[in-house]
Design a protein around this ligand. Structure first.
Ligand SMILES: O=C(O)CCC(=O)C(=O)O
Ligand SMILES: [Fe+2]
Length: 305
């Protein structure tokens, strides 16, 4: 892995601040992507994830597979999460996250802390025909325009987030979506509205537990010259975006899978008031561990089946 190409340049930081997203090509190698995908395929927990398997057709968020976050860890090759830990805590990911998220002038001692990580598995299984799902644009097959902070913030209104956990006072989080397949217009790649993160938008009343943008507000943004960007990416590329960047994705209309791994970091200064802060700063792992420990993880998973 060449560290030069992984480094985020000053002009990339500037572009990220202006546009609210940044695509970093080939951050992960072909070998690493193949390994992550093989581990995910072999991990039996994938089939127990929300709605996969038999219950899939009924589920609106069927393609989400969340991996628990037990906090910072010392590298443990025997952990059932070792490959996912190696992605999130690898030096490359933490360096990119620090560069784009931390503001050391404002918070000199600040550090990153993992907020959550998950797979988005958009394959034929999660594709429902319009007859099965009349809106054709939510949960199990697509996501309508939204800002993620609507789920994780809401601090000022209720003190808690959409999941009942402590909300975040600031939108100081950063999402990294790693493409594990070709991500294309046809298979429902991520779409963003450039510069939308600088606008505080409202969401419509909750629908199926989801918070969608108000159509007129999105149209107004686009009419105002904000570019609608399709994040088409090759496997191993990563799109970073802020929790206030408006984004959506369409159903996967092809027979090819569109998988992604998402890891989202928070900042230690972003502390919910009056709540015991159990979060711990992320500790970097060597990037070599992804292939080294990941291969051992894969062998173990295959031996178990
Ligand atoms: O990759 C996608 O389809 C979008 C997922 C998304 O919006 C999310 O996980 O918050
Ligand atoms: Fe989202």
């Amino acid at each position: 892995m060449s560290t030069d190409s992984a480094e985020i340049t000053d002009s990339e930081v500037e572009s990220f601040r202006l546009e609210g997203y940044l695509i970093k090509e080939a951050l992960y190698t072909t070998e690493e992507v193949a390994l992550i995908r093989a581990v995910a395929e072999a991990d039996p927990r994938k089939d127990e994830s929300h709605g996969r398997g038999g219950a899939k057709a009924e589920s609106r968020r069927s393609e989400l597979w969340s991996i628990g976050n037990a906090g910072p860890k010392t590298p443990d090759v025997l952990s059932p999460d070792v490959t996912y830990d190696a992605i999130c805590f690898g030096e490359r990911m933490l360096a990119a996250q620090s560069r784009l998220l931390l503001d050391n002038a404002k918070w000199p001692d600040d550090s990153l802390t993992l907020h959550h990580r998950k797979f988005i598995l958009k394959d034929q299984l999660s594709y429902q025909t319009p007859e099965q799902d009349e809106t054709g644009q939510h949960g199990g097959n697509g996501f309508q325009w939204h800002q993620d902070y609507w789920y994780w913030g809401d601090y000022t209104k209720t003190g808690s987030d959409a999941y009942g956990g402590p909300g975040r006072p600031y939108p100081d989080l950063l999402i990294a979506l790693i493409a594990l397949d070709e991500h294309t217009w046809n298979n429902g790649c991520l779409q963003v509205i450039a510069g939308s993160h600088r606008h505080r938008l409202n969401y419509r009343a909750e629908q199926w537990g989801e918070r969608h943008a108000i159509r007129e507000e999105v149209e107004e943004l686009m009419a105002g010259g904000h570019e609608h960007v399709w994040c088409e990416m090759s496997p191993g590329s990563v799109v970073f975006f802020t929790p206030e960047t408006l984004h959506q994705s369409f159903p996967n209309g092809t027979s090819d899978p569109r998988w992604a791994f998402i890891c989202c970091f928070d900042t230690m200064h972003n502390r919910p008031n009056g709540v015991t802060d159990r979060r711990k700063p992320a500790v970097p792992w060597s990037d070599n561990l992804l292939v080294d420990f990941g291969s051992q993880h894969l062998r173990r998973l295959r031996a178990d089946t």
